[in-house]
Design a protein around this ligand. Structure first.
Ligand code: PLP
Length: 482
């Protein structure tokens, strides 16, 4: 991706690839969108993809593959044990992270399951810059507790801080002294902090966190699922790294860690995951769980084709032109929305564009899920499917009361290499329209509420007939247009 300046001054993102495989999309008219979102229980996870125009639900497993990845997949060595494909992936990981050992797993949460099972004991504390849903579930499942120590600025929706995903190092130090290093199995650093808007940490911050951990003899674990955006931001925003290559930055960061795990549904433009380990003894303590939960040590639940695609995708991740595509598109979208006065998380991060529902629909109380309501409204407005990241994604307290989220976000993920600029412009326009009509958006209430991970399969209903009114307004404003 490049940013190109036109003759008359306009600056736009320019795709540094061409599209060679396409998938036809449908854009159902607004009346049908109303029917679909109602049938989906106002939960965008329950929409059928055939009814979605722009699928911005996630960046997980939906990133476009390259010609080189597809051709590598045809050379996969299909054997249960000792496949050449595994050797190629292991060698690529060794090359970019500089760690000796690699254990394959079928996706990111599988790595978390193994790390939590092996290391977390009841009463333990796992500090991290911010939690991720599956990470937290695995740690609490083992009786551990998550402590979130992101800098205060990380939770400020509107900011110019370049590294909102940074750890608060002095709070980490205080926490270690308070609970004792023996109760901290590892400290987890999440690259491209997912739930606070795809916000990066700096290399300098990682250095300070890891130096502190080393002083106390605590293991450092990097969740590298969203590393590609974080690498790009380090190069763009951290003065000392401006002249380093992405590969050099990757090694400098990896050198600080004891363990790196990742979801290859994000990192590497494919599907799968794995754990890279520096130390042989640590590897041995994890190894036994791979055949138990994942598959044999040379595939870990992944197909060999995907493993070939990951190896090539990791190499592509070292190319700034390739990994800049997401952040540059997202920056364009965020800047255009800010120009229109629409509340979004700033500065633009990786992963996607995050609408701030607390300000977009301030008239909806948190008990009526403002971000969930905005997600349903966004689908109505343009067939655009986003993901609620707010109170709906939290779990109720043990006494049944709501745990109100610190932020109410509608995340519009930007799958990498998937959309064109005209599609992004379309999304911006429909958000703009929705913002002008935000007073019409109302709340949601549960009609079916699962006890765990309710955001995945819970069903909700509008608290008033606001969706019919919003659809009628759309028809009035856009006439015959979709
Ligand atoms: C997606 C994600 C995971 C989990 O990965 P899956 O492959 O979806 O299981 C873990 N950590 C972060 C930061 C993620 O974004």
């Amino acid at each position: 991706m490049a940013k190109v300046t036109f003759f008359r001054g306009e600056q736009i993102p320019l795709e540094m690839h061409k599209v060679r495989i396409v998938q036809k999309l449908n854009l159902p008219p607004v009346e049908e969108r109303l029917r679909h979102i109602t049938e989906a229980g106002n939960n965008t996870f329950l929409l059928q993809n055939r009814d979605v125009f722009m699928d911005m639900l996630t960046d997980s497993g939906v990133n476009a593959m390259s010609d080189n990845q597809l051709s590598a997949m045809m050379q996969a060595d299909d054997s249960y044990a000792g496949s050449e494909t595994f050797n190629r992936l292991e060698a690529k990981l060794r090359e970019i992270f500089g760690m000796e050992y690699f254990l394959p797993a079928h996706q990111g949460r599988a790595c978390e399951n193994i790390l939590a099972t092996a290391f977390v004991k009841s009463g333990d504390v796992v500090p991290m810059n911010f939690h991720f849903t599956t990470t937290k579930s695995h740690i609490t499942r083992m009786g551990g507790r998550v402590e979130e120590l992101v800098i205060q600025e990380g939770l400020n929706p509107v900011s110019s801080h370049p590294f909102k995903g940074n750890f608060d190092v002095s709070r980490l130090d205080a926490l270690i002294q308070e609970v004792g290093p023996e109760h901290i199995p590892f400290v987890r650093l999440e690259a491209g902090t997912n739930l606070i808007g795809g916000q990066p940490f700096s290399l300098q911050n990682a250095r300070e966190v890891c130096a502190l951990c080393r002083r106390y003899g605590i293991k450092t674990v990097l969740d590298a699922s969203l590393l590609q955006d974080n690498l790009y931001f380090i190069k763009q925003r951290e003065a000392e790294c401006r002249d380093m290559s992405i590969r050099e930055i990757t090694l400098a960061l990896a050198e600080l860690m004891d363990i790196i795990y990742f979801s290859a549904r994000k990192l590497g433009f494919a599907r799968g995951g794995g754990i890279c380990i520096r130390d042989e003894a640590v590897c041995l303590s994890l190894k036994e769980y791979i055949p138990l939960y994942e598959g044999f040590l040379t595939y870990g639940g992944m197909s060999v084709r995907e493993m070939e695609a990951i190896a090539v995708g990791l190499e592509e991740t070292m190319d700034e032109d390739i990994i800049s595509q997401g952040p540059i598109f997202i920056e364009y979208m965020v800047d255009e929305l800010v120009k229109r006065g629409i509340p979004v998380i700033t500065p633009a991060g990786g992963l996607g564009c995050h609408l701030n529902a607390m300000e977009f629909v301030p008239h909806i109380p948190q008990s009526e899920y403002p971000a969930g309501a905005l997600a349903a409204a966004m689908y109505l407005a343009g067939g655009v499917r986003g993901m609620e990241r707010g109170t709906l994604s939290e779990q109720r307290e043990p006494d049944g009361s709501e745990r109100f989220a610190e932020m109410e976000l509608l995340r519009l993920a930007m799958p990498r290499r998937v959309f064109t600029l005209s599609q992004v412009k379309y999304a911006i326009d429909r958000i703009d329209w929705l913002y002008q009509n935000r007073a019409l958006i109302g709340g949601l209430k549960f009609v079916e509420e699962p006890a765990v991970l309710r955001f995945f399969f819970g069903r909700l209903a509008p608290t008033s007939p606001w969706q019919e009114k919003l659809a009628a307004q759309f028809r009035a404003d856009f006439g015959d247009s979709l």
